[in-house]
Write a protein that binds this ligand. Structure first.
Ligand SMILES: [Zn+2]
Ligand SMILES: [Zn+2]
Length: 244
């Protein structure tokens, strides 16, 4: 019953949303889609050369990856996830898309964003057992009406066939928004112990964390740490955009 009714509801919901938010490109304002082909093409891709773990760009030979393609920071074992990938740099239309999804209630833009993420996952050729969206605190989810990471993960799941482990991670305490944390140490302290793993949740094999933006990687790291501590893993990460 759920499977029969779900798509109908989502079509009705989508039509209703189109009345409230006519599909206009967040980049150029053209009607038709939330991110038009021209703006997608013009959005900076988070393309190599990048560190194969944290996906930060290589700036100079001194900072660059060694023979193993891993940057100095990651050689020190900074992150609990094995590797992260993002299709876009967090700028231009990619930044506008994230803002529309996160702060302007344009939940339907998750469709095109998730499609780009699914293409990134396909090119990565990573085999994972489940997609794990980053959870929001209850109040924040209620305020927004949805969890943007879950919408993205749903779309990636639909296109890739990888199951969604929607309830595996939970938010244990109300950390301040990461955007308000001053530096990387503050970001790490802000999210340490913020995530817990629900026992008996469905998830086997390598896991892929799904989020909208990767900044310092501290939040994804905290999630990966919680999953590893609960016996899950290895853990990978996929975000729509990378803040370089
Ligand atoms: Zn456009
Ligand atoms: Zn790195």
């Amino acid at each position: 019953m759920r499977t029969a009714v779900g798509p109908l509801l989502s079509v009705a919901w989508r039509n209703a949303l189109d009345l409230v938010f006519p599909r206009r490109c967040v980049g150029c304002g053209a009607f038709g889609d939330f991110l038009c082909g021209d703006c997608l093409d013009a959005t900076p891709r988070a393309a190599p050369p990048r560190c194969s773990v944290c996906w930060m760009p290589v700036l100079s030979p001194a900072e660059g990856p060694g023979a193993d393609g891993v940057c100095g920071r990651c050689r020190g074992g900074t992150f609990a996830f094995e590797a992260a990938r993002c299709p876009f740099v967090f700028s231009g239309p990619a930044r506008e898309a994230v803002h529309a999804l996160k702060y302007q209630g344009v939940s339907a833009i998750a469709e095109v964003m998730g499609r780009m993420m699914a293409e990134c996952l396909d090119a990565w050729s990573l085999r994972v057992g489940a997609l794990v969206p980053l959870p929001l605190t209850g109040p924040r989810r209620r305020a927004r009406g949805y969890n943007q990471s879950e919408l993205l993960a749903r779309e990636v799941s639909r296109l890739s066939g990888v199951p969604l482990a929607r309830r595996l991670l939970e938010r244990r305490k109300g950390a301040r928004p990461q955007a308000l944390a001053a530096d990387e140490d503050a970001r790490r302290a802000n999210v340490a112990d913020a995530f817990g793993v629900r026992r008996g949740s469905e998830a086997a094999g390598p896991l892929l964390l799904v989020d909208d933006v990767m900044t310092s990687g501290a939040t994804l790291d905290a999630c990966a740490r919680a999953l590893r501590a609960a016996g899950h893993g290895p853990v990978y990460a996929l975000a729509f955009a990378r803040e370089d």
